[in-house]
Design a protein around this ligand. Structure first.
Ligand code: ASP
Length: 346
């Protein structure tokens, strides 16, 4: 709440992405442009009567260039302004929005304000843009309160009329406006004539400590997607990456892999070398249940960790995050199987 005017206040952070892109001179290629005046592009926003301010990253990026360094920069912008705003909207490219939302959800401890990521499939300057609706509703959600408390004290993605928990989302479509899906967790809100909030699915902070932000990541990790025909050379090469600390195994179905001898022995050797192996499913929905089939019991017995129903984006950012903290091997393994910020269904 703005102290002088008593109006809700929202900070919009523009990182880049299609929402602020233009076609490069006479070509069909889109590139990000400086977008200092986001509020001029969408004058409708002023009709809320909120205290709105925007900051823009320089240079703005296509989110394919997103990195842990830029997650840190984004989190710092929020931490610096945390006490002055009721909520935050991050404008971000859709390609890696689910990774950023997941990473931020792990970085923020005791978050009690909304951090809503959004963007668009068409630039905001185009006639049929989805960017305006996404931005306008994201701002309304970021300002929403009930009994003086934030309605959504979570890191979320708002896109195409749906509000998702950020660390449950995946980009599923590069063409349609409904770019995101959250297969394993229900929407937190739906925007129709009214915005309906589903409070039973929203996570409220359990302790009332002040915001704490953890900034370290360790990027010595890899995602290894299993496919029929995967050969030993590929496996050996991946597990011999210098400095490797963790492997996300994207397995079939409920966590299954081929029962080939060399594959299991490679995994066992890696675990003996203290490399963490986290098993998640290639399916968009459902969860890993190691031991349900013969094709996963050996993984369980070897010490592979279950990623349960985590998305690939949540699993990779969580592993990098936990490896970046000063934690023992056992603590990391323990945290991986438990929900840190709503990314796992218990
Ligand atoms: N390549 C763009 C980005 O992620 C796509 C988008 O914004 O939709 O920055």
């Amino acid at each position: 709440m703005d102290k002088k005017t008593q109006r809700p206040s929202v900070l919009i952070i523009y990182t880049g992405g299609t929402i602020g892109m233009v076609h490069r001179h006479g070509s069909n290629t889109l590139g990000p442009v400086k977008f200092d005046q986001i509020l001029d592009e969408v004058p409708e926003l002023h009709r809320f009567g909120y205290n709105l301010r925007s900051i823009a990253f320089n240079p703005p990026i296509d989110s394919s260039n997103m990195s842990p360094e830029i997650w840190v920069k984004t989190a710092k912008a929020i931490q610096k302004n945390y006490n002055n705003y009721d909520g935050f909207v991050i404008l971000h490219g859709t390609d890696t929005m689910a990774y950023t939302a997941s990473a931020l959800s792990f970085m923020f401890e005791n978050l009690d304000k909304p951090v809503i990521l959004t963007g668009s499939q068409l630039p905001i300057g185009t006639l049929r843009t989805d960017g305006k609706e996404n931005l306008i509703t994201a701002v309304e959600i970021a300002a929403a309160k009930q009994n003086g408390k934030a309605m959504i004290p979570e890191v979320c993605i708002y896109f195409d009329f749906k509000l998702f928990r950020g660390n449950r989302t995946t980009k599923r479509d590069s063409e349609n406006f409904s770019a995101f899906v959250s297969e394993n967790y229900p929407s937190l809100a739906l925007a129709g004539v009214d915005i309906r909030y589903y409070k039973q699915f929203i996570q409220y902070p359990s302790n009332k400590g002040i915001l704490n932000v953890n900034y370290q990541f360790n990027t010595n990790v890899v995602v290894l997607k299993i496919f029929p025909g995967i050969n030993k050379d590929v496996f050996d090469a991946v597990f011999h990456i210098p400095g490797l600390k963790g492997v996300i195994l994207e397995s079939f179905g409920t966590g299954n892999v081929p029962t080939t001898r060399w594959l299991l022995s490679c995994i066992k050797k890696a675990i003996r070398k203290n490399i963490i192996i986290l098993n998640i499913t290639q399916c968009q929905g459902g969860r890993v249940v190691m031991g349900q089939y013969e094709t996963s019991i050996e993984l369980l017995n070897s010490g592979v960790i279950t990623g349960k129903d985590m998305t690939s984006e949540a699993a990779i950012t969580k592993l990098m995050f936990l490896l970046g903290q000063k934690l023992s091997m056992n603590e990391i393994k323990n945290h991986l199987t438990k929900s840190l910020s709503g990314e796992i269904s218990e």
